[in-house]
Design a protein. Structure first.
Length: 197
């Protein structure tokens, strides 16, 4: 869903990250960040109503913990009707994983201004592209390749380095987050830390 107050984000970051700022080092609480940037209630209500009108029961539509996403399970037919598209199965050349995606989609006019992006649609994961060669699978799926991994630079560990380099360890120390990893639902082969997502 479209977030609010994004035009204020740069100033908000500078308020706590510039040493000359009177609020330097006073890091935001997660609840405060969610409240400041969460989509307007109107966004949630409108998107939920549109999805319901297209045949997806309201009982299946939930809001994410950070209020930024409307989440629901849908059949391929329901998703294709809602998004006016056709989904295909794509195969990762690197590992053979299958991903559902489409080449384009269209949102109803009533919700376009409330939505940033929709998954799964044209998304195949970060650093991926569709390969031109045809799939040998009977599903007529398409193939994509993953980009090569770039090694991370050596970096200092712990909160003491937070003034010069922001790392996951730094964020964990500042916000009291525990290190947990989870698969990104749209890209099971990629992982993210909850504190960085």
């Amino acid at each position: 869903l479209q977030q609010q107050n994004l035009h204020l984000a740069n100033d908000d970051v500078l308020k706590v990250s510039e040493p000359q700022s009177p609020t330097f080092g006073r890091h935001y609480k997660l609840a405060d960040v969610i409240a400041r940037y969460a989509p307007a209630r109107e966004s949630w209500v409108t998107v939920r109503a549109c999805s319901s009108e297209s045949g997806i029961p309201a009982s299946r539509i939930v809001r994410s913990h950070d209020a930024n996403r409307a989440i629901f399970d849908a059949t391929v037919e329901e998703a294709e009707a809602l998004l006016q598209t056709r989904h295909d199965i794509y195969t990762a050349e690197a590992n053979g994983d299958l991903h559902v995606s489409c080449e384009n989609y269209s949102l109803p006019d009533s919700v376009r201004s409330y939505i940033n992006f929709v998954l799964p649609t044209i998304h195949l994961g970060l650093g991926t592209r569709i390969a031109p060669r045809p799939s040998k699978r009977p599903t007529h799926g398409k193939r994509y390749t993953t980009s090569r991994r770039i090694p991370a630079p050596a970096r200092p560990r712990g909160a003491h380095s937070c003034l010069s380099l922001i790392t996951l360890d730094c964020l964990r120390a500042m916000y009291g987050l525990r290190p947990t990893t989870m698969a990104i639902p749209t890209t099971p082969s990629a992982y993210t830390n909850r504190c960085s997502g």
